[in-house]
Design a protein around this ligand. Structure first.
Ligand SMILES: Cc1cc2nc3c(=O)[nH]c(=O)nc-3n(C[C@H](O)[C@H](O)[C@H](O)COP(=O)(O)OP(=O)(O)OC[C@H]3O[C@@H](n4cnc5c(N)ncnc54)[C@H](O)[C@@H]3O)c2cc1C
Length: 507
């Protein structure tokens, strides 16, 4: 009997996981269709002439046991210290582990999380905590003003018309202006006044100054405040590459440079996909279609879509992104913690940059994720993260212009002493890095109902479901899609993945 076929659009975390689950646990043959020339999507690992970096910092963290079980099935937990832990005699808790990262490649490292805010050339805890360091950093006057404005916000509540009101009610005006106003604008390209308060409820649900203080003394941590994460020895992409090997070994297929251009629907079923690959444009047929491509593009590529659904899809907003990276001789953000580091640079995996005079959103330091991301542990790659919109000033800059711009910003915040400290420069741009909850997103329920009416179509992943997913949510949506198909369960359950939005990778 011929096996049933699942066509899976997109070879990122979600698509690869769905394919892996079907290949390992079912009789259905997965066929992954990926438009790029490598798998991993937003969670792939880039290689800049031997210096590896992800598309921005990618920590692995999950509250879901099935996700952790799968990740550690693919990459066993470390059972010995990593190179930097050993060289620096750092204590790392690796109980239950077995793989030795010094000899094995397939290792899931357990890393200590440092990620602080850098503002006014000082490090603040992330999220901001009311402790002695914050008081010293801010100075007595500013601390008193922040305290008064916080107390005021506890008693005099603003009417919540937008995100600005939402944040001021929770943190007070002074802290809002210092830590949220400009940063939110940097990340999303919109002032908090022009963002709905519901966005705040979804994104930072459960976090407030009071909760941050309670968390400090509580054994049960809020998920956004976790101080440890896991990470594949050779970069985030290693997780999906390992899964891809298994998919092929088990008889599945992965097609790179193959782009889905159209979706042919008849009688509430997807009949075929129009796919362009190196051989031309052909119709591909499958029993089940699992899609992690942006839902906007998916719907605009369908036939017979009602006009209102098309309009909602067309209006869905995204934020694009670029990574500007420098191999540096000297990084001037030095270590002021008691956690030893190679070269005595700051131990942060990524740093939130709050200063208003620069555009960089975060600085990401790959070697603090894994000492195996470069051949020489002494080499340092510094990656500047710019949130932007395709076509804007930052996006359109030539490579030379953006390198000069980035170096100037690093010098401005004293992270670099001079441009002579930069040895090599790299740039990577990606579109639709962040699905945003603005504009027609308020009507997204109509898109859900429309998709639910197409029997054999299953939407998964970050842009697939237009949800601010992390890798674990994308992984879980892949696991769920495979389960729902094999158990013939209600496919509407897929929308339930990541309904608890209380921790995120960007503030
Ligand atoms: C800067 C940044 C930092 C992040 N940090 C973290 C973090 O610390 N921890 C964390 O857990 N998560 C983090 N994330 C989120 C994480 O990257 C995503 O949740 C996850 O990678 C999404 O996987 P996905 O498979 O859902 O989507 P994607 O990775 O977007 O995969 C979709 C795939 O579909 C392909 N595709 C698109 N259109 C077509 C088409 N027409 N035909 C064929 N293929 C197509 C794309 O090429 C892509 O490979 C971060 C994201 C960013 C941008």
């Amino acid at each position: 009997m011929n096996k049933k076929i699942a066509l899976i659009i997109g070879g990122g975390a979600a698509g690869i996981t769905a394919a892996y689950e079907l290949a390992v646990n079912s009789d259905i043959k997965p066929i992954v269709i990926e438009s790029q020339n490598s798998i991993g999507g937003l969670a792939k690992t880039l290689d800049f002439e031997g210096l590896k970096a992800d598309i921005g910092p990618h920590r692995f963290f999950t509250k879901d046991d099935s996700v952790m079980k799968l990740w550690t099935e693919v990459l066993p937990l470390q059972g010995e210290g990593a190179k930097d832990d050993k060289l620096l005699s750092r204590e790392v808790d690796f109980k239950n582990g077995n793989a030795n990262p010094e000899f094995d490649d397939n290792v899931f490292l357990r890393r200590r999380r440092f990620s602080r805010i850098y503002y006014m050339q000082k490090f603040f805890d992330y999220p901001v905590k009311m402790n002695l360091r914050t008081v010293l950093n801010m100075g007595l006057l500013r601390t008193a003003l922040a305290g008064f404005s916080y107390i005021k916000s506890c008693f005099i509540k603003r009417k919540e018309n937008n995100l600005e009101d939402f944040m001021i009610n929770r943190f007070g005006k002074v802290l809002y202006q210092m830590f949220f106003e400009f940063y939110t604008q940097k990340v999303w390209g919109r002032h908090p006044k022009n963002i709905s308060k519901e966005w705040g409820e979804q994104r930072i649900k459960g976090l407030s100054l009071l909760k941050a203080l309670i968390n400090k003394f509580s054994p049960k941590k809020e998920t956004s405040l976790i101080e440890e994460y896991f990470y594949p020895k050779n970069g985030a992409g290693q997780m999906w590459e390992n899964m891809a090997k298994t998919i092929v070994e088990k008889g599945g297929e992965i097609h790179l440079n193959a782009e889905v251009l159209g979706i042919n629907i008849e009688n509430n079923r997807v009949v075929s996909l129009k796919v362009k690959d190196v051989n031309g444009i052909y119709d591909w047929y499958g029993d089940y279609i699992i899609s992690s491509m942006p839902v906007k593009d998916l719907i605009l590529g369908m036939n017979n879509v009602p006009e209102d659904i098309k309009d909602i899809a067309e209006g869905l907003p995204y934020r694009d992104y670029q990574l500007v990276s420098f191999k540096v001789k000297n990084f001037n953000l030095k270590n002021n913690t008691n956690w030893a580091t190679i070269g005595d640079i700051c131990p942060d995996s990524w740093i939130y940059i709050q200063d208003r005079e620069v555009n960089v959103g975060r600085i990401y330091i790959p070697k603090n994720f894994s000492p195996y991301l470069s051949n020489d542990i002494k080499e340092t790659l510094i990656c500047m993260e710019y949130f932007c919109d395709k076509g804007d000033r930052l996006w359109e800059m030539s490579d030379d212009e953006i390198y000069k711009f980035g170096i100037d910003e690093l010098i401005k915040i004293n992270a670099l002493k001079s441009e002579d400290d930069v040895e090599r420069s790299y740039r990577f741009k990606t579109e639709k890095a962040y699905p945003a909850y603005f504009d027609t997103y308020s009507d997204f329920d109509k898109i859900k109902s429309f998709i639910d009416s197409i029997e054999n179509l299953y939407l998964i992943g970050r842009n697939g479901q237009h949800k601010y997913n992390n890798m674990d949510h994308s992984t879980l949506s892949g696991i769920e899609a495979a389960r729902i198909i094999t158990e013939n369960d209600d496919k509407r359950k897929l929308w339930d993945v990541n309904t608890e939005q209380s921790y995120q990778e960007a503030k």
